[in-house]
Design a protein around this ligand. Structure first.
Ligand SMILES: Cc1cc2nc3c(=O)[nH]c(=O)nc-3n(C[C@H](O)[C@H](O)[C@H](O)COP(=O)(O)OP(=O)(O)OC[C@H]3O[C@@H](n4cnc5c(N)ncnc54)[C@H](O)[C@@H]3O)c2cc1C
Length: 219
């Protein structure tokens, strides 16, 4: 396979995942980010890391659901690549609500079951079953258990991916560097214009000025 030279604007969660996948296939990667490699302003540094494909379905399309399912399959090997496989867990999620909000939650769960066949494995828990799974939720008398959801330790991922990529011979990382324009095969900073075989925009919400319809996750 031909080695390609890739420029990535934004070294947050998405930029790092992309870079890891590219170097694993032998490609050359250049990352640009406003931040240092610690990613102090990246959403990835504060993310809870829930791989909650069902919960997203309340407001997202089925395409987002299937992307979430695929991402659950892909995370373990990515974490293996950077030496932190133990930070992944897939032991399911629990959703519960206060008594007054329970009808709304029940409605949400029945919508899920109607939308996605695999949502049929969502289990309804009574208080005893709930406390067995999570003793800290004993004040709730009802909950739902979604056995196929998972969790990534996003902070551990940000730290380990930085360490791995900074040492990698196929990676150049321009820290504290603002990208002012991205064109096909070209990344422009204040001081440089660098050509690549491929350029990717992974600036997250930083791309808002160029993509006015972009929405943050707390919309
Ligand atoms: C509090 C919180 C909790 C969350 N919990 C979850 C969760 O449980 N599960 C889940 O799936 N998702 C969760 N998310 C969402 C998830 O964190 C984001 O979807 C993900 O981090 C987005 O990654 P990103 O790389 O697109 O953006 P970011 O991680 O924000 O990275 C964007 C990067 O681009 C850089 N950048 C921006 N503009 C420029 C520029 N002009 N030049 C150079 N660099 C630039 C920034 O410095 C930053 O490093 C949560 C988010 C938050 C804030």
């Amino acid at each position: 396979m031909k080695t390609i030279n890739v420029g990535i604007a934004g070294a947050g969660l998405v930029g790092r995942v992309l870079a890891l996948n590219l170097v694993a296939k032998g490609h050359q990667v250049t990352l640009f980010d406003l931040d240092s490699a610690e990613g102090e302003n990246a959403a990835g540094l504060t993310a809870a890391g829930m791989l909650a494909q069902f919960a997203e379905l309340e407001s997202a399309t089925n395409a987002i659901f299937h992307t979430g399912v695929r991402s659950i399959e892909l995370w373990p090997s990515l974490l293996e690549q950077i030496g932190i496989p133990e930070t992944y867990q897939q032991v399911g999620s629990i959703i519960t609500a206060h008594h007054v909000d329970m009808p709304e939650l029940e409605h949400f769960i029945s919508q899920l079951r109607a939308k996605v066949p695999t949502a049929l494995d969502i289990q309804t828990l009574d208080r005893r079953q709930l406390v067995e799974l999570e003793p800290d939720l004993e004040q709730h008398s009802k909950a739902f258990y979604l056995p196929s959801e998972g969790q990534v330790n996003a902070q551990a991922f940000m730290a380990a991916s930085a360490e791995y990529l900074l040492k990698h011979p196929q990676v150049t990382w321009h820290q504290k560097t603002e990208v002012i324009e991205i064109l096909p095969g070209l990344v422009k900073t204040q001081s440089d214009e660098i050509e690549f075989d491929w350029s990717f925009d992974a600036r997250g919400f930083g791309a808002k000025d160029d993509l006015p319809d972009l929405q943050s996750c707390d919309r």
